[in-house]
Design a protein around this ligand. Structure first.
Ligand code: ADP
Ligand code: MG
Length: 303
């Protein structure tokens, strides 16, 4: 029974008792009734206020959830808009730069062949021209795949051999640093529907970042497991990690903290994974370093 109903019942019972027990004094009965009615009114008002307060609290919670969702959508839209305008810009620019670059590189090659034996300085200059042309060409390839990675060619792919391939390529490519590689693949993880070339490209980028962030003798782990109905491929390192102020900018095009970085590795990887209907997530490890997870939709075919 709610407060005001209880108070009313008590007041009625007390008044009835006074009348039945033959009380002739009218004043105490009236006073009692007045006090109890007042108590009932106050109790009623308090209960009403409590209900209102919890109602408004629920509305405030709903509003804050909606606000969070709107904010996340807004950030997503801003990023998509930035990606699309930068994509268009870079595609045009890359094509414009590619042709003269090919001419420079070709001219340097002709010069190297036709001018007979070169002294050390000239040979060095030609080598610089060649290697810088290669570097710029690589950068442009990145730009172009960022501007519009080809549509994925999905097929059922065995994940473990794919990870072995990535580990082989990574181990081959590192210079000057000693890194331990580990691989953890969930038992019975069968084929996953994805574009193997593109996933390899994504994982290679993540592995290179992980190695660059790791100390000498650090460990980098590649893992694959099912989570709910998705397949998660993780690249885990124990390196210097990402400063809290930078964590929201990791997937922004051109965001880099490296002297020679392009800041395109992660945004390209992000875009490729999204085209496959998946997600690329970055998370700081509890102790040290980062975990990047490629989450692919669970179109897995069990082995
Ligand atoms: P780049 O490697 O050319 O800088 P990326 O897009 O691959 O471009 O990475 C962007 C930035 O994200 C890096 O410069 C680095 O600051 C940060 N980052 C990426 N991966 C890691 C990692 N595993 N550990 C720490 N920082 C990372
Ligand atoms: Mg990188």
């Amino acid at each position: 029974m709610s407060g005001w109903r209880a108070a009313l019942a008590v007041s009625a019972a007390a008044a009835a008792y006074l009348v039945i027990s033959g009380g002739t004094e009218r004043r105490p009965i009236v006073e009692l009734l007045a006090w109890l009615l007042l108590t009932a009114a106050l109790a009623g008002a308090t209960a009403h206020e409590r209900r209102l307060r919890s109602h408004y609290q629920r509305i405030a919670e709903q509003l804050s959830t909606v606000y969070g969702k709107v904010q996340a959508n807004f950030e997503g839209m801003k990023r998509a808009e930035r990606l699309s305008s930068i994509g268009q810009l870079s595609a045009g620019l890359a094509h414009e730069i590619r042709n003269p670059l090919a001419s420079i590189s070709g001219a340097a090659a002709i010069l190297a062949r036709s001018s007979g034996p070169l002294d050390a300085t000239n040979a060095k200059c030609l080598e610089i021209i060649r290697s810088e042309c290669d570097r710029l060409n690589g950068l442009l390839t990145n730009f172009l795949s960022f501007a519009g990675p080809r549509p994925p060619r999905l097929r059922a792919v065995q994940i473990e051999p794919l990870l072995d391939n990535v580990l082989g390529l990574t181990a081959h490519g590192i210079r000057g640093k000693h890194i331990h590689f580990e691989k953890h693949v969930e038992d019975g993880l069968g084929a996953v529907e994805c574009d193997p070339e593109q996933i390899e490209q994504v994982l290679l980028n993540l592995m290179i970042n992980a190695i660059e962030a790791s100390p000498d003798n650090g460990t980098v782990t590649l893992s694959a497991a099912t989570r709910n109905s998705s397949i998660v491929i993780g690249v885990i390192d124990h390196g210097h990690g990402v400063a809290p102020a930078h964590i929201d900018r990791l997937f922004d095009p051109f965001f880099t903290t490296k002297e020679n970085g392009t800041g395109l590795g992660l945004p390209v990887a992000h875009q490729i994974v999204r085209q496959m209907g998946g997600e690329l997530l970055a998370q700081a490890n509890p102790t040290s370093g980062m975990t990047f997870s490629v989450v692919l939709p669970g179109r897995a075919a069990r082995a």
